[in-house]
Design a protein around this ligand. Structure first.
Ligand SMILES: Nc1ncnc2c1ncn2[C@@H]1O[C@H](COP(=O)(O)OP(=O)(O)OP(=O)(O)O)[C@@H](O)[C@H]1O
Ligand SMILES: O=P(O)(O)OC[C@H]1O[C@H](OP(=O)(O)OP(=O)(O)O)[C@H](O)[C@@H]1O
Ligand SMILES: [Mg+2]
Length: 283
């Protein structure tokens, strides 16, 4: 049995549970139960506060965990990054009251900065030879300049609307962050095998993202032309039709090039084009 640490509530919870669900790993999200076993996969979910996830994975209380890169770097715990999950994208930035005429990092010398990420900030300040006072608070960081608690802040920014509503402007982006799947460095062989199975499923879901399964009827006379514009996995599947002059062509198209390719296919005489989403794809 593999044990995964998942944020019990908050921004990472939904996307993590969706990822498991898409991989057909069933887990009831009994929010009051802290440890829940999957009904159909050798996985148990340990619900924790995200701050505690890096340590729980490093110490082996959990084998793997999903946590924001910001939190993982801040904690400096000894665990490895297994994969980047692509959700909860944000950045850690320095921001100051918007009416200040900011000329560069030197502004922060002798200033007080409020943050929940003192280690990352400290490291950044040392790298740039800035001497600022770091004031640690665990939440509502953006309010601190407004109430005279600090001169600037160092916090998570995504859309930037929290900064705007607190009259702050972002002056330096220090790091980019996304959700990470992290793992204990000394997992048993048995656990590593379960993890491989899980990653295989995640990949199948990810590979199917933004892909469409497309079927169409094509005039045989123009079949080669039609095939030449289709990327497909290997080559498209060609199926005969009752009418000898026509055949059915099945292929997989990338969402990004979808309309461009469909346009060409229509010009080449393709008809009855059917488009369906793909749930999983094993390459
Ligand atoms: N606005 C945002 N947009 C995108 N990702 C975000 C945003 N805010 C936070 N995150 C990411 O999601 C993670 C979890 O955020 P969340 O707000 O749920 O936790 P938290 O702020 O640490 O929790 P709490 O508010 O209970 O202390 C963060 O560590 C960060 O990686
Ligand atoms: O740039 P934005 O899109 O406005 O997002 C940034 C805000 O989002 C997060 O707070 P959250 O909403 O998670 O509230 P919290 O303070 O409870 O963590 C983060 O701490 C910022 O305050
Ligand atoms: Mg938050």
């Amino acid at each position: 049995m593999l044990r995964i640490a998942v944020q019990s509530k908050g921004r990472l919870f939904d996307d993590t549970m969706n990822l498991l669900a898409e991989a057909d790993i069933k887990v009831s999200s009994g929010r009051r139960t802290l440890l829940v076993q999957s009904q159909n996969f050798p996985l148990e979910v340990l619900y924790l506060r995200d701050d505690d996830i890096p340590q729980s994975v490093a110490s082996g209380v959990a084998d793997i965990g999903v946590v924001g890169e910001n939190e993982f770097v801040e904690r400096g715990e000894d665990a490895k990054i297994i994969s980047r999950l692509g959700f909860s994208k944000c950045r850690l930035s320095l921001a100051i009251p918007k009416d200040i005429n900011y000329q560069g990092l030197a502004w922060f010398n002798g200033k007080k900065i409020a943050t929940s990420y003192p280690n990352i900030l400290q490291h950044f300040m040392e790298q740039h030879n800035i001497n600022a006072e770091i004031h640690v608070i665990t939440g509502s960081v953006e309010i601190s300049p407004g109430i005279g608690l600090a001169d600037g802040i160092f916090d998570i920014v995504s859309s930037g609307s929290t900064l705007v509503s607190n009259n702050l402007s972002e002056v330096e982006v220090v790091m980019q962050s996304e959700a990470l799947l992290i793992g204990n460095k000394n997992m048993s062989q048995e656990k590593r095998e379960i993890l491989e199975q899980m990653l295989f499923r995640f990949k199948a879901v990810k590979d199917a993202e933004d892909k469409k399964y497309v079927r169409m009827n094509a005039p045989k006379a123009r079949l080669q032309e039609i095939i030449s514009v289709l990327p497909g996995l290997k080559s498209p599947t060609i199926i005969p039709l009752a009418d000898d002059d026509w055949c059915s062509v099945h292929t997989v198209l990338d969402q990004k090039r979808f309309w461009e390719i469909i346009g060409k296919l229509k010009e080449m005489g393709a008809q009855g084009i059917l488009v369906t989403p793909i749930e999983k794809m094993i390459l």
